[in-house]
Ligand binder design. Structure first.
Ligand code: CP
Length: 361
C-alpha cells in the first residue's frame, strides 16, 4: 500500500488547492472514501474486478448469498441522492443488500430538513449520526469531497462514496465501465492496446470524464472523442490526458471511427445542464448508432452506454451481441458490492471463501 494521509491533517483551502492526482492519498486510510477517478491505481482496479466476479459467482448459490449477507450486517448506509437516478441508486442499494447492509435514503432534499433552512453540511452531519457510510449524488461539483473533509473533522468520520457530482466526476460509473471493458476483452488481451470511442455530449458527461482518466492506467490505449464542436471534451480533461501521455484524436466525423473502435461509448445530450435551451440548437443526429451501422463495427467490438439513452442508440441495436449496455448496467451492482466491501476492509473474507468454495464459472 502506498502512503496515506488523513483528511483531518489538512485545511479545506489547502486540500482544495491540490491537484486531482495529489488528492487520492487522503482517501485511502479508514474511513476510506471513493470520490474521484484519479484516486485509483491499476492494481486497485484489477483487484476490484476480481472481487466483483467472485461476489457475482458466490451469489449464484443460496448458501453463497447467505454468506455474503453476513459480511456487513452490522453496518448501515445512507443513500443521499439530491439528483435523479435509477441505475446508480438501485445498484448501490442492491449492492448493500447483497452484503447485508441496511440502507436508509433521502432522494429529494425537499423531504429533508434542508427546506427548514438547514445547511447541506448540517444535513449530511445529521445523516452521519445514523449510518456507517454515505453514498451520495449531488448537483454541486466537489461537494462529496467537501463532505468527506467535513466529516473527517467530526467525531463521526464515516466513508463517503461519490455516486455522481456535478458535471465533473462519476467514479463508481467509471469502475463499472472498466469492469465491463475488462470482462468483454478478457479473451482478447484485456483493455491494453484497445481503442475506445466516446461519442455524444462529452462536454458535460461526467461518466466520460472519469472513465477517460482510468483508461490512462492501461498501456497503448487510444481514445477517439467524437462530438459536435459545442459538445467536445473539455480542455481540462485533455490536459490531464496529456500529462499521462494518452493518445487521443478529436473529431466530428463518426463514420471513419466506427470500424477502428474496440468499444463505442455512446452518451446522451445532457440538457439538464443547459442554459436557455442551448441543446435544442445542436444537431446530434450524426452521433447515433442504429442497426445499419452495425456492419461497420469490428466483430469483437462492444457498444456501451452509461444510460439512460435517448435516440443515440436505436432499440434495433439491442439484440446485437455487441450491445453491452444492459450487462454494463448489471455489472454496476457487482463492482459496487466489491467497492463497498473493500471500503470496509472486508474483502479478504470473500477471497478466502471463494478459494475454499470454488464456484463454477
Ligand atoms: N448511469 C447513471 O448514472 O444512471 P442513473 O442516472 O440512472 O443513475
Amino acid at each position: 500500500m502506498t502512503d496515506s494521509k488523513h483528511l483531518n491533517q489538512i485545511s479545506w483551502q489547502d486540500f482544495k488547492a491540490l491537484s486531482l492526482g495529489e488528492k487520492g492519498v487522503y482517501f485511502r486510510s479508514a474511513p476510506s472514501h471513493t470520490l474521484i477517478a484519479q484516486q485509483f491505481s491499476r492494481g486497485q482496479l484489477e483487484e476490484l474486478c476480481v472481487l466483483a466476479t467472485r461476489i457475482r459467482r458466490i451469489a449464484k448459490r443460496r448458501e453463497g448469498g447467505n454468506f455474503l449477507r453476513t459480511l456487513l450486517s452490522d453496518k448501515r448506509a445512507m443513500l443521499y441522492f439530491a439528483q435523479p437516478s435509477s441505475r446508480t441508486y438501485l445498484s448501490h442499494n442492491a449492492a448493500c443488500q447483497i452484503l447485508g447492509l441496511v440502507t436508509l435514503d433521502v432522494r429529494d432534499s425537499k423531504t429533508s430538513s434542508e427546506v427548514k433552512g438547514e445547511t447541506p453540511e448540517d444535513t449530511i452531519r445529521t445523516f452521519s449520526s445514523y449510518v456507517d457510510m454515505i453514498i451520495m449524488r449531488h448537483p454541486v461539483g466537489g461537494f462529496a469531497e467537501r463532505v468527506a473533509w467535513m466529516l473527517s473533522n467530526t467525531n463521526r468520520p464515516i466513508s463517503v462514496l461519490n455516486a455522481g457530482s456535478g458535471a465533473d466526476q462519476h467514479p463508481t460509473q467509471a469502475l463499472l465501465d472498466i469492469y465491463t471493458l475488462s470482462r468483454s476483452f478478457n479473451k482478447i488481451g484485456g483493455i491494453d492496446g484497445k481503442s475506445i470511442a466516446f461519442v455524444g455530449d462529452l462536454a458535460r458527461g461526467r461518466t466520460v470524464r472519469s472513465l477517460a482518466w482510468l483508461l490512462t492506467l492501461y498501456n497503448d490505449v487510444k481514445i477517439y472523442f467524437v462530438a459536435p464542436e459545442q459538445l467536445q471534451i473539455g480542455e481540462d480533461v485533455l490536459e490531464l490526458l496529456d500529462s499521462a501521455g494518452m493518445e487521443y484524436e478529436i473529431t466530428q466525423d463518426f463514420a471513419p471511427v466506427m470500424p477502428k473502435a474496440d468499444a463505442l461509448y455512446m452518451t446522451r445530450i445532457q440538457d439538464e445542464w443547459d442554459e436557455e435551451g442551448a441543446s435544442s440548437t445542436f444537431d446530434t443526429s450524426a452521433f447515433s448508432i442504429n442497426a445499419e451501422h452495425l456492419k461497420s463495427l469490428k466483430e469483437t467490438a462492444i457498444i456501451m452506454h452509461p444510460l439512460p439513452r435517448r435516440e443515440e442508440v436505436a432499440t434495433d441495436v439491442d439484440h446485437d451481441p455487441r450491445a453491452m449496455y444492459w450487462r454494463q448496467m448489471r455489472n454496476g451492482m457487482w463492482v459496487r458490492a466489491a467497492l463497498i466491501l473493500t471500503t470496509f476492509g472486508r474483502q479478504d473474507e470473500v477471497n478466502t471463501y471463494y478459494d475454499n468454495y470454488k464456484p463454477e464459472n
